[in-house]
Design a protein around this ligand. Structure first.
Ligand SMILES: Nc1nc2c(c(=O)[nH]1)N[C@H]1C(S)=C(S)[C@@H](COP(=O)(O)OP(=O)(O)OC[C@H]3O[C@@H](n4cnc5c(=O)[nH]c(N)nc54)[C@H](O)[C@@H]3O)O[C@H]1N2
Ligand SMILES: Nc1nc2c(c(=O)[nH]1)N[C@H]1C(S)=C(S)[C@@H](COP(=O)(O)OP(=O)(O)OC[C@H]3O[C@@H](n4cnc5c(=O)[nH]c(N)nc54)[C@H](O)[C@@H]3O)O[C@H]1N2
Ligand code: SF4
Ligand SMILES: [Mo]
Length: 738
């Protein structure tokens, strides 16, 4: 066992903070500061600091489990794998390939997400694959593709934030969800820039703001339209930019003109003077940014909502210019890469489209299969879960816990229970794994190597720091073994770097082009931003040409990439020097600076209009419920609820409500409150605070059981992104006699 520190990255959120890991003599693992990674410069939140606790053998799974007479009991790997192959084979024989479903996660490394997508299409031949990222950033992705021709969470590095003039943060509580990134906002203010936060709650993030707007949940679309109306009315449109770099302005302008500030005030609850002040703060400086997160995106109109914020950026010339732009703060560890390499229902590696014949040909060639053998696009995540037990009879699930995290969770739990066969790969016995016929225990972040792509589009190498315990295998070994048992002997290697080499080829020429990236470069350069093609098109030599992939900027002359690099042995990471041993494209930290990724290089305005949330409050359900996160728990809590320090900080669910609502209910602080929606009922202690709107209650979604927020949420889907409306539904509150 090695005892030196291995520089690697956190297993949890999309910041992918750098950290050093050192195995201690007592078998535990120590986390220490790693200051060379620019995103966090050594800082970590409590989840990252305590992540090694989940590596301990008394917390995690170390043996496969199979269901015998109703109970999960330990079994050998061979038996467990045989049962899965048999279960999937039986369904396929009875119902055809689309009877088998696959559900993935944005926490999977690029190599795993890529292999899972390939496994579904090549081994199972099913179209029925999607993943939890659909619940995360799919609306922002859809809007980005519409407007810019490309979706990359942030089109610039986080380090640009402190140097812009104004940041509007829409529905992000990054002080709790990405704590080390708060530094960029603090530095922004120190440099004289301003911060506007838009959130129905005065969160820890909103407390940092120069201006906090607290709209009614689900009204961000109207808010953005009202701001654009004022931009036009006050003569603040950047006409020259609109002329040169965009199309579609007239329709977007007409739509915005119909949204008078007074009308918008009535819809959102944000006053006209606040709207005017926002426009002034956003438009006066040289540069400005709009950053969105789940608040405006997890709505049944999330795509249009993000589109409206992008329109505001385009009308004011604040996109594709230095220190200006629109960005989405992607959520999961590999939320960005996980949406690029083919575990999404409509997608092939390199962010290619499954319904594009050229893309099918390219990827089929890399995979050595007939393009016609690849299935077409399948169902989106909620629709897939909703079809379990009816159209989709067996499911292979990797890296998600939908019993806790899916909308209308009681219904989804029933659907999962009605499956003919469920196999789950996880590191712990999650609430969903507990329902499986077979559970496979897999290796974790610190025990394996692989790449992730953080919210900036920076591809990173997570390196193995410790040896996994006996009894666990990697997700890649699982897919290799299952492929072999299902008759595909080749094409499913278990070495992550070998898979990455194939991913490079599969992504080459696609929007998310990784072909110029090698493991060695990732170590030496501390990550590389995509697109990073291996060889540039002939005749293009520099930034002026926008060479280097769609909307790329700052390309170096083409140099061929070598493919035989091996990562340096673990040890200290050399500082990023830009001087690489692997001669290739330098990567693309900043997108769109002189053209967008559309065929004509211009951004598209999208004409959008206000519409109501899918379920407005009424007499029976008079209150709005919104949901989200707390700093000490992660997602469904499957991992963080097993860490003592985190449970001490955030022991359970709660209902956050305004004193006025509490008084009407007769509830005191800590009293159990029932929240009831058309989908179900949840009970949790009251947390009374005047930092939330009086018409809204908030629940975090990290817990199963009685306090499960998703028992209540509404699966109304966005028509484009198929994102469910996690952020607004109608509920009533009931006092509960203890
Ligand atoms: N501690 C912790 N950190 C995490 C995670 C975690 O589970 N725990 N998960 C990671 C992942 S996958 C993600 S996606 C990110 C999410 O990161 P965020 O988007 O920051 O997290 P949320 O708490 O879901 O939502 C942010 C805010 O949106 C507000 N909001 C609710 N409704 C509306 C609305 O209608 N409009 C507006 N403007 N705001 C609204 C909520 O009050 C909340 O404060 O966090 C990542 N980081
Ligand atoms: N009400 C409400 N619901 C929400 C949201 C909300 O804001 N409100 N947010 C949504 C969002 S943005 C997201 S991203 C989802 C997330 O919700 P989930 O998809 O449930 O995410 P996690 O809880 O992270 O589940 C990941 C599971 O995979 C396991 N795991 C971790 N790493 C690996 C690995 O490498 N391999 C394998 N096989 N397993 C692994 C973990 O132990 C855990 O059980 O929740 C969504 N649900
Ligand atoms: S902010 Fe995110 S990446 Fe950083 S330590 Fe916390 S959970 Fe890990
Ligand atoms: Mo997410």
């Amino acid at each position: 066992m090695q005892t030196t520190a291995t520089p690697t990255h956190c297993p949890y959120c999309a910041l992918q903070c750098g950290m050093n890991l050192t195995p201690a003599p007592d078998g535990t693992v120590e986390v220490s500061e790693r200051t060379d990674f620019p995103v966090n410069r050594g800082a970590l939140c409590g989840k990252g600091r305590t992540a090694p606790a989940v590596l301990a053998s008394n917390v995690r799974l170390t043996s496969p489990l199979v269901r015998e007479q109703g109970a999960l009991v330990p079994a050998s790997w061979d038996e467990a794998l045989d049962r899965i192959a048999e279960g999937l084979r039986r369904t396929r024989a009875e119902y055809g390939p689309d009877g088998v479903g696959v559900f993935g996660g944005g926490g999977l490394t690029n190599e795993k997400a890529y292999t899972l997508g390939k496994f579904a299409r090549v081994v199972l031949g099913t179209s029925q694959i999607d993943y939890n990222g659909r619940f995360c950033m799919s609306s922002a992705a859809a809007a980005g593709i519409k407007a810019f021709g490309l979706d990359r969470g942030l089109p610039f590095p986080l380090e640009d934030i402190p140097r812009t003039g104004c940041v509007i943060l829409v529905g992000s509580n990054l002080a709790e969800t990405m704590p080390p990134s708060l530094r960029f906002l603090t530095e922004l203010k120190e440099n004289g820039g301003t911060l506007i936060v838009i959130d129905p709650r005065r969160t820890r993030t909103a407390e940092q703001a120069d201006l906090h707007l607290a709209p009614r949940p689900g009204t961000d679309l109207a808010l953005a339209l009202g701001l654009l109306h004022l931009v036009i009315a006050e003569g603040r449109v950047d006409e020259e930019y609109v002329q040169e770099r965009t199309v579609g302005w007239e329709d977007a302008r007409a739509a915005a003109m119909a949204h008078w500030p007074e009308y918008v005030e009535r819809i959102t609850g944000v006053s006209v003077p606040e709207l005017r002040e926002t426009v002034r703060m956003f438009c006066e400086p040289e540069s400005a940014m709009v950053l969105t997160a789940r608040g405006p995106e997890q709505q049944s109109k999330g795509t249009d909502t993000v589109g409206a914020w992008i329109n505001l950026c385009l009308a004011t010339g604040r996109a594709g210019r230095p220190l200006s732009g629109y960005g989405c703060l992607t959520g999961q560890g590999n939320g960005q890469g996980g949406r690029e390499h083919g575990q999404k229902a409509d997608q092939l590696p390199g962010y290619r489209k499954l319904d594009d014949p050229a893309a099918r040909r390219h990827v089929a060639e890399v995979w050595g299969v007939d393009p016609d053998s690849l299935p077409g696009p399948g169902r989106s995540a909620y629709e897939l879960l909703d079809a379990l037990g009816t159209d989709v009879r067996s499911l292979l699930l990797m890296a998600s816990n939908p019993v806790v995290s899916a909308p209308r969770a009681a219904h989804i739990e029933e659907r999962i229970k009605s499956l003919d066969f469920l196999a789950v790969c996880d590191v712990v016995l999650s609430e969903t794994a507990a329902l499986a016929d077979v559970v496979l225990p897999v290796t974790q972040w610190a025990e394996e190597t692989g790449t992730t792509t953080n919210l900036e589009g920076r591809v990173l190498l997570r390196r193995q720091a410790i040896t996994p315990p006996d009894g666990v295998r990697s997700d890649l070994e699982v897919l290799h073994e299952l492929a072999a048992r299902l008759g595909v002997e080749k094409g499913f290697p278990t070495d992550p770097e070998e898979i990455f080499e194939e991913l490079r080829r599969a992504s080459a020429g696609g929007p998310a082009d990784y072909s110029g990236i090698t493991y060695r470069r990732l170590v030496e350069e501390n990550g590389v931003f995509w697109p990073c093609p291996a060889v540039e098109p002939e005749g293009l030599t520099g930034a002026e040409d926008g060479a280097g992939g769609p909307g790329a900027q700052g390309s170096a002359p083409g140099r061929p990439a070598s493919t035989d690099d091996r990562p340096a042995a673990t040890g200290d990471t050399p500082a990023a020097t830009g001087d690489t041993a692997d001669p290739a494209h330098p990567g693309t930290p900043r997108l769109f600076l002189d053209r967008f990724a559309t065929p004509d290089g211009r951004a598209r305005f999208v004409p959008v209009s206000h519409r109501a949330i899918a379920e407005e409050p009424d007499d029976e359900y008079p209150v709005l419920l919104t949901t989200g996160r707390v700093v000490a728990q992660y997602q469904s809590g499957a991992q963080t609820r097993r860490v003592a320090e985190l449970n001490a900080a955030a022991p359970g669910p709660f209902v956050e409500l305004h004193p006025r609502l509490a008084a009407r209910l007769g509830a005191a602080e800590g009293d159990p409150v029932a929240v009831v929606s058309r989908r179900g009922r949840a009970v949790a202690p009251a947390r009374i605070t005047n930092t939330i709107r009086p018409d809204t209650v908030f629940m975090p979604f990290h817990w199963p059981g009685e306090g499960r927020a998703n028992s209540l949420t509404n699966p109304a889907l966005d028509p484009t992104s198929r994102m469910p409306e996690f952020k607004a539904c109608a509920v009533r509150l009931e006092a509960v006699r203890p």
